[in-house]
Write a protein that binds this ligand. Structure first.
Ligand code: GLY
Ligand code: MN
Ligand code: MN
Length: 431
């Protein structure tokens, strides 16, 4: 989609927020709301700061990830004013007043200091944001019911938000292609990360989360956080979970690749990919995401059986005995938007037997969810099963052979539409 089309959608997005905020402020009895952008905290006992990503509700209006010490005031008629921090600072690059089309809807004023704008505030003021920034402002600080209403407003994405997430997928897809090529050429985790960053044109600090790039057994560490600078002597597998942020919105994509000759692991990837595609195709309005998660466990059980990792038991027994959880310990996915694990995902608690599930909604048009089944060889989860009464049903020899490949995760970003779903990842990254 062209930049000018996205700009036009952004104006409609802001108009939607103006009307929705006016309703919500009136319902909650406020004349206005002041939203702090937040600012990066300093590292303890140091003069260096962490990297700032921005407060979700501030980004919902402005998309200005990384902007600090700034404030957005929205009144009960939906009028919006941005007070942008424009300090005099010869150590750093500083913000200047933007002239992008969205400034037709949001009035922008520069202010040199980080404090809340010095203006006449209406009497009933809500103030939201990181307490480190907002706690000195007079008003109702982070009122819980108001915050919950604003979180819920982020559940159904506007066409602008969908266009941004789609674009973040298009850019990340280039990175995933480059990462796979680098792996097949023998690159280390560190070099694969460089290939990803080069192809996406985004430094890692700006990405929605630290890329997870694991070779071999590291692919079985769910949020593996290091990059080895040396390639393993025998590269067997790559798992890369990496996204991009575009105008504040995230993509969150995972692909797993087997090295040539890893036929059993490749067959397992193929089996998990078919399951993942079936689950993506099952996304539709009215579908209970918790049921989709349970369906995923049934699919994992069938795959464990078909690949002879588990024998004798039928699929239901494999799930009921908790064996699928030892191979697939996380949830099927989550909301995606301004935050990679976007807000308001749990109107109901996660089921007791699946505490890691982050999304418990019945799906509705406009929601963007991830679908990310996994199948891993995680020693700390498998050993208790192997050493317990169910160990007799597991194929130890095969587990020993495959555990050096770590694991598999395949993750797409899927929009719920009126008619069903649109896969925002596979249009750009079919494999
Ligand atoms: N990248 C983190 C996740 O997939 O949830
Ligand atoms: Mn995810
Ligand atoms: Mn991910």
């Amino acid at each position: 989609m062209s930049d000018s089309r996205i700009d036009a959608l952004q104006l409609e997005h802001i108009e939607h927020l103006q009307a929705a905020y006016a309703d919500i402020l009136n319902q909650h009895g406020y004349d206005a709301i002041l939203i702090g952008s937040g600012a990066a905290p300093m590292r303890y006992a140091d003069d260096q700061a962490h990297h700032h990503h921005g407060y979700g509700h501030f980004l919902h209006w402005t998309g200005l990830a990384g902007t600090e010490h700034s404030w957005l005031l929205v009144d009960k008629d939906g009028g919006a004013r941005l007070f942008l921090h424009t300090p005099v600072d010869f150590w750093h690059a500083t913000a200047s007043i933007p002239d992008a089309p969205w400034t037709q809807r949001i009035d922008v004023t520069g202010q040199p200091g980080p404090e809340a704008p010095d203006i006449d505030y209406p009497e009933r003021l809500a103030v939201i944001g990181d307490p480190a920034q907002v706690s000195d402002v007079k008003g109702d600080l982070n009122p819980a019911t108001l915050l919950s209403a604003l979180d819920n407003l982020r559940v159904a994405k506007t066409p602008y938000e969908v266009a941004c997430i789609d674009h973040a997928n298009a850019i990340a897809a280039k990175g995933h292609e480059a990462a796979r090529e680098a792996f097949l050429a023998g690159a280390s985790e560190f070099e694969i990360n460089l290939a990803y960053q080069r192809a996406t044109g985004q430094r890692e600090a700006l990405a929605p989360y630290h890329s997870i790039i694991g070779l071999n057994d590291h692919a079985g560490i769910l949020h593996y956080q290091y990059y080895d600078t040396r390639s393993p002597a025998r590269p067997r597998s790559l798992l890369i979970d990496a996204g991009v942020r575009y105008r504040g919105y995230c993509s969150d994509i995972t692909r797993t690749t087997a090295a040539p000759g890893e036929n059993r692991f490749q067959a397992l990837i193929g089996g998990l990919e078919s399951l993942q595609k079936r689950l993506c195709e099952a996304v539709a309005p009215g579908v209970d995401y918790m049921e989709l998660h349970r369906r995923c466990h049934q699919g994992i059980a069938a795959l464990l059986k078909a690949s002879e990792l588990v024998h004798t038991l039928d699929d239901n027994a494999i799930v009921e005995r908790g064996i699928t959880r030892a191979f697939f310990p996380h949830g099927l996915g989550h909301f995606l938007g301004i935050q990679v694990h976007d807000v308001a995902g749990k109107p109901r608690p996660s089921p007791e037997d699946h505490p890691a599930l982050r999304l418990t909604h019945c799906l509705k048009p406009g929601m963007v969810v991830t679908i990310e089944p996994g199948l891993y060889f995680i020693p700390s989860l498998l050993e208790p099963v192997l050493d317990g009464p169910d160990g007799q049903y597991l194929n130890r020899t095969l587990i020993d052979e495959l555990k050096g490949c770590g694991g598999i995760r395949i993750e797409d970003n899927v929009l719920v539409t009126e008619a069903g779903a649109r896969n925002l990842t596979r249009t750009h990254l079919p494999v």
